[in-house]
Design a binder for this molecule. Sequence first.
Ligand SMILES: NC(=O)C1=CN([C@@H]2O[C@H](COP(=O)(O)OP(=O)(O)OC[C@H]3O[C@@H](n4cnc5c(N)ncnc54)[C@H](OP(=O)(O)O)[C@@H]3O)[C@@H](O)[C@H]2O)C=CC1
Ligand SMILES: O=C(O)C(=O)Cc1ccc(O)cc1
Length: 428
Amino acid sequence: MVDMDNIAVGIIGMGDMGKMYARRISAAGWRVNACDKPEKYEALTQEFADNSKIHLYADGRLVSRSSDVILYSVEAEAIARIVSLYGPSTKQGAIVGGQTSCKEIEIDAFRKHLPEDVQIVSCHSLHGPKIDPKGQPLVLIRERASDESFALVENILSSFSSKHVYLTAQEHDRITADTQAVTHAAFLSMGTAWHANNQFPWEMNRYVGGIENVKCNIMLRIYSNKWHVYAGLAILNQWAKKQIRQYAESVTELFKLMLGGHREELEKRIRTAGEAVFGTAGEDRELLLRDDVLDRYSLSNVPKKRTRNNHLSLLAMVDCWWKLGIVPYDHMICSTPPFRLWLGVTEYLFRKPQLLDEIIDTAIEDNTFRSDDLEFTFAARAWSECVSFGDFASYKDRFENIQEYFEPRFPEATRLGNEMIRVILAKT
Ligand SMILES: NC(=O)C1=CN([C@@H]2O[C@H](COP(=O)(O)OP(=O)(O)OC[C@H]3O[C@@H](n4cnc5c(N)ncnc54)[C@H](OP(=O)(O)O)[C@@H]3O)[C@@H](O)[C@H]2O)C=CC1
Ligand SMILES: O=C(O)C(=O)Cc1ccc(O)cc1
C-alpha cells in the first residue's frame, strides 16, 4: 500500500502539458511540487493559489531535491540542457521521467546527467493538453526501475484513466515517426499551401464536404499548438526525417503523373499502394468514419455542394506508407487523435471504389485544384528540407507565420475538432 501523503510528484515545466498533469495528478490526491522558469514563479503561485495540493517552487533544483517522482515537461530541444541543470540535484532513490515526444534523446539525457541511484521511468501522453486523457494512449517506458517503483509511477499516472502502452524508447520513437511525424508533415503542408494562395479553405466552394472538414479542422488544430512540439518530434527523432522525405517524394511523384496525364501509371501506383495498405488487412473491418460523421463538423457557411478533388495529400499518404512498408493499423494502440482521423479519411477514400475511381478521373482530367496542389507540393518539400537540415529557427519562423494567419479560427476549430475526435474515438 503506497502512502500517498508521503509521496511528492515533481513537475518541471508548467506549460500546457505540465499544468494538465499537475491538475489531474493533484486531483487524484497526490502532492505536486511544480516549477517553471524562475520568472514565472509569482504568476504560477497566483494561478494555483486555490489548489492546496500543488506547491510551486522557484526552480527545478528545488523540485528535484524535494520530490520522489519527477517529470520533466519541457521543450524536447532543451531537455538535455535542462536535465543537466537539475538532474544532479535529484533526491536520492527518486524516479525520474519526462513528457517529451522524443524518447531516445530524453533517456540519453537522463542516463548522462542523473545520479546512478536514481531510477528512470518515462511517459508520453499521445494527445494534446485540451483533450480528455481518458482512454487515450499513454506510453510508459521502464528504463531502469524496480517493480515497486514502476508500480508507483503507474499508480500516479492512473490519475488520467488513459490506456497504458508499454514500449522501449526506440520502439516509441519508431512508431511516432511512422504516425505523428508524417501526419504532421501533411497538415503543415496543407496550411502552408492555403496560406501561400491566401485562402481560408472553409470559405471556398471547392473545400466543402466530409473529407475537407477533417483536413481543415486538423490543420487548424496543429497550427494552434506550439511550434516546438512538432519541431522537436520531427527534427530530434532519428527516423522521422526519412518518413517525411518519403511523404514529400510521394507528393511530388504523384503530382507529376497527374500533370503529365499519365493515367495508367498513376492508377497502377495508387491501386498498388491501396492494396498494400488496405487490401486484406482492411477488408472485413468496419470503416472508421461514416459520411454523416464526416459531414457534421464543418467550419463552413458556404453551400454544401461537394467539388470533386483529387486528394493529392491523401493519395500521397498511402503511397508513402506503402513505400515505407508501414501498416498504419498496427500502430493504433499508440496513435494520436489526428493520426486516427487521418487514417480514417484515407481508409474512407480507398475503400469506396466509386470515390477512388472519381479521384483518379479528377486527377487526370480536372484542373480545378492544380494551383493548390502546386503549392502543396512545394510546401511538402520545404517542410521536409527544413526537418532534414535540423533547422529549428526556420521551422519556428515558417510555423508561426502561418499560425498567425489562421489564428482567428482556432477556438472554433478546437471545439469542433474535440467533438469530432470524441465521436470517432467512441468507435475506435
Ligand atoms: N502540447 C502537446 O500537444 C504535447 C506536448 N508534448 C511534449 O510535452 C512537452 C511540453 O509541451 P507543452 O506543455 O505543450 O509545451 P510548453 O511550451 O507549453 O511547456 C514547456 C514549459 O517548460 C518551460 N521551461 C523551459 N525551460 C525550463 C526550465 N529550465 N525550468 C522549468 N521550466 C522550463 C517553458 O518555458 P518557456 O516557454 O519560457 O520556454 C514552458 O513553460 C514537450 O516536450 C512536448 O513535445 C507531449 C504530448 C503532447
Ligand atoms: O492535437 C493532438 O491531439 C495531438 O496529437 C498533439 C500531440 C502533439 C505531440 C505529441 O507528442 C502528442 C500529441
